[in-house]
Design a protein around this ligand. Structure first.
Ligand code: ZN
Length: 463
């Protein structure tokens, strides 16, 4: 088997790997590049391989940095089947449509601005049609732990990665002349001990394992500690008298936040007058997808499900999909918890809520996810006195809380413990910043005494 990774382009990363095995060319993920201001431009470049030569694609999960360039792939002529779990198909469809909406909205805005300068700008790299074509190419859903044949002597098996709903790591098996070879791709691995997602399945013995290294150089805090910190921040913020704004990512973090608020409500830790608004059409649709697949969540939730409970619904929660409903939230001067995207406050409805609340000394903002350099979220976390929202300078007077430990990614120890199951497999590292890749490589060599290769993009490796 032969691996070529296209998962990095300079400073930015987006999962995309080509496996050649059993006479087939299989793409693992087709992600949009993320990481800095050049990421969008890098994501619109032509593929460094001919998409028409790809026989099939398999998706590890539905985050944009794993599926965001699928429409470009179909536009460039890829016509093979796309394998994924049923949940990845459902959420992936929502995320691609939302990405198209955001892209065309920004394009319209930039186009008008360019026209006023007497200039023209190129149209977006793909159209809604291309995304719909990609959705049409999904093969029947693949169930966890049951092999899907890809051709003569080659099969793939998806196993639960515990990262987001529907996430998988992928085992490829090639059988030739009575000999078998197994190669495993981790995708993004989840963090053990979380509340909504199950733990990742064990890695099985294989010849080589290709693994992500997003948080490969650091430990996370225990889940319970972070949950407590979040609950304390919410209670403290509500006691200040104003509103509480929680910028949140639509997939996984929002559902974690809703579940934590649900638990607080059950424990009597939320005032009965408190209103919780979920103000993001994408996060609402994804939460509804979670509600359609409750049995795929953490087994600890099963007892509650058997009693008919919904882990994300409780009195006081209101979904506000329409613009009118969203605007109406601002009528409440106090006691509202507003969960809205985007998670880094660089777009989306959360900007309206920050505009209404950031300057108020009695309001609060709780950040629950990573804030990239250059985003308004990062500026607020770093102590900016004011930030610009819709061209207006808004003072930062609200109390700002940062909850650091709510990660959906395995930390260094989590990745190492998972790798133990791979027997004496060679380890290839992809998908992480140089510091994470090097830190994880050293830890694997020290703790597991394995051969470790940090994969160079665009370079073939025989596995
Ligand atoms: Zn992910």
């Amino acid at each position: 088997m032969r691996l070529t990774s296209y998962g990095a382009a300079g400073e930015v990363t987006g999962s995309c790997h080509l496996l050649e095995a059993g006479g087939k060319r299989v793409l693992i993920d087709c992600g949009q590049f993320q990481g800095n201001e050049h990421a969008y431009a890098r994501s619109t470049e032509p593929f460094p391989f001919d998409p028409r030569s790809i026989d099939a694609a398999v998706l590890t999960h539905s985050h944009l940095d794993h599926i965001g360039r699928l429409p470009l792939l179909t536009r460039a002529g890829f016509r093979g089947p796309i394998y994924a779990t049923v949940e990845t198909r459902e959420i992936g469809r929502l995320i691609l449509m939302d990405a198209a909406h955001v892209m065309y909205e920004e394009y319209g805005w930039r186009k008008r601005k360019a026209e006023r300068r007497g200039e023209a700008i190129p149209p977006p790299p793909w159209a809604v049609d291309d995304a719909l074509l990609a959705v049409d190419q999904f093969a029947p859903p693949a169930a966890y732990d049951s092999p899907t044949p890809l051709g003569e002597g080659l099969s793939l098996t998806l196993r639960n990665a515990g990262h987001v709903l529907g996430s998988a790591f992928v085992e490829f098996e090639e059988r030739r002349n009575g000999n078998g070879k197994r190669v495993t791709f981790s995708g993004d691995l989840g963090y053990r001990g979380r509340e909504v997602m199950p733990d990742p399945s064990a890695c099985r013995p294989c010849h080589a394992v290709v693994t992500e290294a997003t948080y490969g150089d650091r430990p996370h805090r225990p889940v319970e500690e972070s949950r407590r910190e979040f609950a304390d921040a919410v209670k403290d913020a509500l006691a200040r008298g104003g509103n509480v704004v929680i910028p949140s990512f639509a997939l996984e973090r929002t559902q974690d936040v809703l579940y934590s608020l649900h638990q607080m409500w059950e424990a009597g830790e939320l005032p009965s007058t408190c209103r919780v608004f979920l103000d993001s059409p994408l996060a609402i649709s994804i939460t509804e997808a979670y509600e359609r697949h409750l049995r795929a969540l953490n087994p600890n939730l099963l007892a509650g499900l058997d009693r008919g409970e919904d882990p994300f619904a409780f009195p006081g929660v209101e979904y506000t999909p329409s613009v009118e409903d969203s605007r109406a939230i601002n009528r409440w001067p106090s006691g509202s918890i507003i969960v809205a995207g985007s998670g880094m406050a660089n777009g989306g409805r959360v900007l309206h809520h920050l505009r209404h609340n950031l300057w108020r000394e009695d309001s609060s903002v709780i950040f629950v996810g990573y804030q990239a350099m250059g985003t308004p979220g990062r500026a607020i976390v770093d102590g900016a006195r004011s930030i610009k929202i819709f061209g207006e300078e808004i003072a930062v007077k609200a109390r700002v809380y940062t909850i650091g430990g709510l990660s959906a990614h395995a930390d260094r120890q989590g990745i190492i413990d998972w790798l133990r199951g791979s027997g004496d497999a060679d380890v290839l590292l992809v998908h992480g910043e140089p510091k994470s890749l090097n830190g994880l490589a050293t830890a694997i060599r020290d703790e597991l005494a394995r051969e470790v290769t940090i994969v160079e993009p665009h370079t073939p490796y025989d596995l």
